[in-house]
Design a binder for this molecule. Structure first.
Ligand SMILES: [Zn+2]
Length: 253
């Protein structure tokens, strides 16, 4: 079935030569794909407003089994999330979550839950939710879905759980959250009971509900510190969009 149609969330768009465009996008059933839209810069009719990052679109695609890229034949905009584009902080978060998705999700690995997570995050940003809360919630859920999660429920050192495990320290030696007793004096990345409890809620809930969990300023700071550290460990570097986002948000968090 070389020709097919799919909903997609656009992650990145780059010019390729004088007339073509190269796009990275996430589909529900085929995972992350990369495609070439020939002549897209000149033919605005075939891709009216839909080759932009952080857009929900329907694409007409053509695939050859021997080619790692697909060909984009045409596209139609479903939701351009206009309110995100009007707010520079929301736009910063959208850029970050799209880049993180591109980095953590391997190509052609279908994962409908990741598609739902990104769509819910964009819908939440489009609404009246504070932009600062969407980033950490999305990050925790995506790291987990991509296979880089760790337990928030049980201290792997002593088996403490529930009310006995209400403070935690991130142990870089064990790459796990442990209770302060098992942390052996490791300093720096500690989580207060409120942060641990909020992250547990985020972890337990499906995407649409997880984005309704409120994170106050202290919780956001602790969660951001933990997630930034963990993201850098996983990726081996910092993302350019994360640096931009920090500069945009610093005065507000
Ligand atoms: Zn312990």
């Amino acid at each position: 079935m070389p020709a097919f149609s799919s909903e997609a969330l656009v992650l990145q768009v780059r010019p390729a030569g004088e007339a073509d465009v190269l796009a990275d996008f996430l589909t529900p059933d085929r995972g992350r794909l990369r495609g070439l839209a020939k002549g897209a810069k000149k033919s605005r009719k075939r891709f009216a407003n839909c080759l932009e990052p952080a857009c929900l679109v329907r694409l007409q695609l053509f695939e050859k089994p021997t080619n790692p890229w697909v060909r984009l034949e045409a596209g139609e905009l479903i939701d351009g999330f206009a309110a995100i584009r009007r707010d520079f902080r929301k736009w910063g978060v959208a850029g970050f979550i799209c880049e993180l998705t591109r980095e953590l999700v391997p190509p052609r690995d279908p994962h409908p839950a990741v598609f739902d997570l990104l769509r819910e995050a964009l819908l939440r940003l489009e609404g009246r939710a504070p932009a600062e809360e969407v980033g950490p919630i999305f990050q925790w859920k995506l790291l987990k879905l991509a296979g880089y999660g760790f337990s928030l429920q049980v201290c792997p050192g002593c088996g403490r759980t529930g009310n006995d495990f209400e403070r935690a320290v991130f142990s870089s030696r064990k790459t796990a959250l442990v209770c302060p007793d098992c942390g052996g004096g490791e300093q720096g990345l500690s989580l207060s009971p409120g942060t641990l409890s909020s992250l547990r809620q985020v972890d337990r809930l499906e995407a649409a509900k997880a984005f309704r969990v409120r994170l106050d300023r202290l919780i956001r700071r602790e969660a951001e510190t933990l997630l930034t550290y963990w993201r850098r460990q996983v990726l081996g570097r910092e993302l350019p969009s994360a640096q931009v986002l920090r500069q945009l948000q610093e005065p507000y968090i």
